[in-house]
Design a binder for this molecule. Structure first.
Ligand code: NAI
Length: 544
């Protein structure tokens, strides 16, 4: 590590200890202490990174809750980035629920109250007209990823405005923690457009604009200025949209997907991990994707996004668009989506196929005979015993995904799905349910967690420098993810790779995605002889 600060001067003394990217704390050697004016500013002992990590683990054990662990770890990141990533990357499966979902949800709810120090940028609607100038204030120039949210729909918690900043910060940490993307090329941004959450606006600790979000046209014009400013200030940077209000998310992705380097994880990442789970399930059943009939329970941004990607995947396997769309049906709060409905959005109309109106899910299942049922409704307990049994009556091995989260919003639990189907269901959820025992056999329910996908997309993008990230990149990522589920795991009902070797999984997936980017003229980097070795050479290593 060169001890040069972002302003390119050699940092010394307290300034060096205050720079989280350069600080090594007690690991500064005697020679470095002498050279950089650190003598007397640190205790005598010179420690290894491992010894420092051991101390951090001890501190974490003393903390009474995951929220306290989160606050401690973010504090550590503010002091010593290398040590933070050494700890988090030592056991991602253990730390992801702390630095990200579900703890980050709680952290967002209390963001103004637990706020310590800024990380990333806050670009508010007030700055309209000078967004490029504001972005230029960021000290780093080689920004390759911006994760940007308005806070408009944070996890299942609604509009949290500026409190949503915990999400871009956490998402970008996962690029590094899961896929070893170098952290200094990542910039979290909260686009502060105000919040519709009046309780937040009344909270004296709230840190954002205290006003309602602007009308759509005004919002879009502000977002347009932001997107153009990113092209100007950080050319080649990928914009990752995250946790925007559903309608804004769909509209803006459609507007920018083929114009700039960007993607939306809520839409495309979710769709990709769901497709990965379906691919594994179909490999277990020995069935083809193009022969499935899929019913979505919930027709919001997640349902539409997954449906669209499945349709593209079916088309890539030979179906026409009409045939592929015809295999996908939606059911929402008002019942089955069919042509007599007058309340449909353009993206829902694509899946409004001729059928008898139905407001009872079981009736819809009996009429449509789906092989796959996917819950993205935000309403817990809606996949009742009747629903699971109706799927079992039609299918020897029904595929049932209950993706709504948090836990209490899951359409059914893993235990219910396995018990009601007598172990026949191929099941996945949005949350991690504990193992279930049915008739002496243990089932390990899979978690359709986007973290198998977006860090790998990030790593492939970091390496291959594509001009666009297309839907096909997400299909390739899904297939690569499914191909890494060992037969051992499949036997136990797992539809996703183990979380233990997450870096290995992400590198393998990123390699396939980068290969696709090279093969299809998306990449601008020079094609290496061996893509995997080339990518491995770029991985961030948390060491001094
Ligand atoms: P949304 O609010 O845009 O859509 C919800 C949809 O469910 C709407 O179409 C609504 O009409 C329908 N719905 C509501 N109540 C219903 C009921 N009683 N019966 C039938 N349909 C009903 O929400 P979005 O963004 O589509 O997310 C849906 C869920 O998916 C959320 O709980 C979210 O946590 C989950 N999700 C899971 C992911 C994962 O597992 N990787 C990723 C993204 C979302």
């Amino acid at each position: 590590m060169t001890l040069t600060s972002s302003s390119d001067s050699v940092a010394t003394g307290e300034k060096l200890l205050d720079d989280p990217r350069l600080n090594k704390g007690t690991a500064f050697t005697s020679e470095e202490r002498e050279r950089y004016g650190l003598q007397g500013l640190l205790p005598h002992a010179v420690e290894s990174l491992n010894r420092q990590a051991e101390r951090v683990m001890g501190h974490l054990e003393q903390k009474p809750s995951d929220l306290e662990r989160y606050i401690y770890l973010i504090g550590l990141l503010d002091r010593n980035e290398t040590l933070f990533y050494r700890v988090v990357m030592s056991d991602p499966a253990r730390f992801l629920p702390i630095v990200y979902d579900p703890t980050v949800g709680e952290a967002c709810l209390k963001f103004g109250h637990i706020y310590r120090r800024t990380r990333g940028m806050y670009v508010s609607h007030d700055m309209k007209g000078r967004v490029a100038e504001v972005l230029s204030n960021w000290p780093g120039r080689d920004v390759r990823f911006i994760c940007v949210s308005t806070g408009g729909r944070i996890l299942g918690l609604g509009d949290l405005g500026t409190n949503g900043m915990g999400i871009p910060i956490g998402k970008l940490q996962l690029y590094t923690a899961c896929a070893a993307v170098p952290p200094d090329c990542c910039l979290p941004i909260l686009l502060d457009i105000g919040t519709s959450n009046s309780a937040l606006r009344a909270d004296p600790m709230y840190l954002g604009l205290r006003r309602a979000p602007p009308p759509t046209e005004e919002l879009d014009s502000f977002v347009d200025e932001f997107v153009q400013a990113v092209q100007e200030v950080f050319p080649g940077c990928c914009i990752h949209f995250e946790d925007w209000k559903g309608t804004d998310a769909i509209r803006l992705l459609a507007k920018y997907a083929d114009k700039v380097l960007c993607y939306n994880d809520d839409i495309q990442g979710t769709a990709s991990i769901t497709l990965a789970g379906l691919t594994t399930a179909l490999q277990i059943k020995g069935d083809r994707l193009v022969d499935q009939r899929i019913l979505f329970f919930g027709a919001g941004s997640a349902g539409i996004g997954i449906g669209n990607l499945i349709s593209v995947a079916m088309q890539s396997k030979g179906l026409s668009k009409d045939d592929a769309d015809g295999r996908i049906s939606l059911f929402d709060v008002d019942g089955l989506i069919e042509p007599s409905r007058k309340d449909l959005s353009a993206s829902q109309e694509v899946y409004a196929h001729k059928a008898e109106p139905a407001t009872d899910l079981v009736k819809a299942i009996e009429a449509l005979k789906p092989t796959i049922l996917i819950g993205v409704s935000t309403v817990g307990g809606t996949f009742t015993k009747r629903v699971v049994e109706a799927m079992c009556k039609l299918n020897e091995r029904p595929v049932i995904f209950a993706l709504s989260n948090p836990t209490e919003k899951a359409e059914c639990t893993a235990e219910q799905a396995y018990i009601w189907s007598k172990g026949r269901t191929l099941f996945a959820a949005g949350v991690q349910f504990p193992d279930v025992m049915v008739d002496g056999k243990t089932y390990h329910p899979g978690q359709a967690n986007n973290f198998y996908i977006f860090p790998a997309i990030g790593l492939a993008t970091y390496a291959a420098k594509p001009t666009r990230i297309t839907d096909e990149c997400f299909i390739v990522a899904a297939e690569a993810c499914a191909d890494q589920v060992s037969s051992d795991l499949r036997d136990k009902g797992m539809l996703f790779p183990s979380q233990k070797n997450i870096l290995e999984t992400e590198v393998a997936t990123a390699t396939r995605v980068a290969e696709y980017m090279f093969d299809h003229g998306l990449a601008t980097a020079e094609r290496p002889r061996e893509i995997r070795t080339w990518i491995e050479g770029m991985l961030y290593k948390p060491q001094y």
